[in-house]
Design a protein around this ligand. Structure first.
Ligand code: NZQ
Ligand code: ZN
Length: 393
């Protein structure tokens, strides 16, 4: 196992009705003048925003509001948020929504105390300060409620890029699984796919002797395989929603990924799709992640065969472990299909003729990206092509 540091300072407040305590936790974490940040209307329609406002008022906390965050959040609203925070002397940002709202809040938080353009942090620069951020989570998916990451899309040029810093790890995250019951089945499935992808990106590693994190990864994946069909069939199933919600956080705080080399190429390859087509990140991953697996499994068929047997219940073919590895990929795609996810470029609304542009935007030139298998631009082209017409389907 590799050396590691694990820092997860977020206070998680989990369960029914916890959104009514938002004001209490803002005060506890030092907020006195809050920016309430939210999305396109689901939090208004469900009455959640009203509850959060009431809880802030109960604690005597003043607040300003900025709604309108789009899925695949844009830089333009971030600039607006930075200006608003400066004008109103905001000292705490509360994101009420999913990964997009939380990521937008994190970007504003880094931008407010910074003299330059906040986009610098999405181009490799590390922030030195950030306003405190907290969340009231409404969808189990991105894991941003427990992560130090934020992903923003620059409208001009459609660049989707990530920033990472412990400074933007949420101070607290309120997680009421009941809030996720209003999600349409498609969004629920997109979230589930993203959660599973966060685990797979860590599971396929070249680091050996990492039994503890292998087993933690498998536990999260087995949970998702059991619980996702339950909430698709019965959206109001609180217990299944609760298990999925916590799985989403566990999948991405990095507790299942410490001490091992990870591979985030499927995410990078997918981000170009959601940047160009504005599709849901999870749907893009349903198309890309199995295609990536199809491309790389021969690098270590035994690791893929381990996944196939332990996660997908395949019989091990000791003579030809590659057969087992392939069967695991087939079963992953079948699962994704069963929860209503797209599996091909066409089903996602992507176009094969855009592949050169997608690879170009990925921007590795003649270099290679790190991970389980180090990929060249030609390899990324090959993965997109598999996603156009998968073999193991
Ligand atoms: O805008 P509203 O009206 O809230 O609608 C949202 C949105 O349309 C809706 N929704 C959310 N909660 C709901 C609900 N509808 C009904 N009931 C509810 N309770 O769902 C739609 C999707 O929301 P979004 O926030 O975009 O979803 P998600 O959490 O999947 O976030 C996706 C973004 O996170 C990034 C993705 O790239 C994408 O931009 N990621 C962030 C990561 C991180 N910060 O650590 C890691 C991830 O790998 C990912 O890249
Ligand atoms: Zn993701």
């Amino acid at each position: 196992m590799n050396n590691f540091q694990f820092f997860s300072p977020t206070e998680f407040v989990f369960g029914k009705g916890t959104e009514n305590e938002a004001g209490y936790y803002v005060k506890k974490h030092g907020g006195t003048n809050v920016l309430l940040h939210f999305g396109g209307g689901s939090a208004v329609k469900s009455g959640l925003l009203g509850k959060v406002r009431a809880s802030l008022e109960k604690e005597g906390i003043s607040y300003s509001e900025l709604g309108g965050v789009k899925p695949n959040p844009r830089d333009t609203l971030v600039y607006e948020g930075i200006e608003l925070c400066r004008k109103k002397n905001i000292d705490f940002i509360l994101a009420v929504g999913g990964g997009s709202v939380i990521d937008s809040a994190k970007a504003i938080a880094m931008g407010v105390p910074y003299d330059g353009d906040f986009w610098d942090f999405y181009s490799g620069k590390s922030p030195k300060a950030a306003l405190p951020v907290a969340t009231v989570l409404t969808i189990a998916a991105a894991g941003s409620e427990g992560s130090g990451d934020s992903v923003i899309t620059k409208e001009d040029g459609g660049l989707k890029r990530g920033a990472g810093s412990d400074l933007i790890r949420p101070k607290f995250s309120i997680m009421d699984p009941e809030l996720t019951c209003t999600l349409p089945p498609y969004q629920t499935a997109c979230g589930a796919t993203d959660i599973m992808a966060h685990v797979f990106e860590r599971y396929f590693t070249n680091t050996t002797e990492v039994e503890i994190t292998d087993r933690l990864c498998e536990a999260v994946l087995l949970t998702m395989i059991k619980e996702t069909p339950r909430v698709i069939a019965d959206p109001d199933n609180y217990d299944a929603r609760a298990n999925i919600m916590w799985a989403g956080t566990v999948a991405h705080t990095n507790i299942v990924g410490v001490g091992r080399e990870q591979d985030w190429n499927s995410h990078g390859i997918e981000h170009e799709l959601s940047a160009l087509y504005d599709c849901a990140h999870g749907a893009g991953l349903a198309v890309i992640m199995p295609a990536w697996m199809e491309f790389v499994y021969k690098h270590n068929p035994l690791r893929f065969a381990q996944a196939a047997t332990r996660i997908w219940g395949c019989q091990m073919d000791f003579e030809e472990p590659e057969n087992t590895a392939r069967e695991g990929i087939v079963r992953f795609r079948r699962f994704l299909r069963s929860i209503g996810m797209p599996l091909t470029f066409e089903e996602l609304g992507a176009k094969a003729e855009d592949i050169p542009a997608l690879v170009d935007k990925f921007g590795i030139g003649s270099g290679r990206t790190g991970g389980f298998v180090k990929l060249s631009a030609d390899d990324i082209t090959a993965i997109y092509k598999i996603a156009v017409d998968p073999e193991l389907i």
